[in-house]
Design a protein around this ligand. Sequence first.
Ligand SMILES: [Zn+2]
Ligand SMILES: [Zn+2]
Length: 147
Amino acid sequence: MARTGTCLCGEVRYRVDGEIGPPVACHCQYCRRGHGAPFSLVALVLRSQFVWLEGEEHVRRFDTPGGGRREFCSLCGTRFFNGPRIAPESISLVLASFDEEWTQAPVAHVNVETKAPWHIIADEAPQYPRLPRLPFDPDSEPSDSRD
Ligand SMILES: [Zn+2]
Ligand SMILES: [Zn+2]
């Protein structure tokens, strides 16, 4: 199933085809600072299934200190995805930019060792201190990556 997404200013549009991984709430310090929010809701998709439809010239890329790469609209600041260092064939898509509202609650919380101190996680989804290995497997050992 294809989904499309748009940034806040509307200049950049994308489409993603195929399977979208389970939604995960990331509480890392980069997501918190970059999104101005207590966490970001993301899901893994294959990079090869993501295409820019319009406005790619406005997309800027930022390499995080953790070795990941973030791509965002330079006009309005909307985040599209993060390229995790430990899974270069995948991207961690920011679900807030979908045109159709995402409805599924997170299946896991990751990087909770750096979550906002005031933020209380109120659901029953499992919590991981850091980022489990990718592709996301709730039974896997956590890696050292925080991005
Ligand atoms: Zn924009
Ligand atoms: Zn994060």
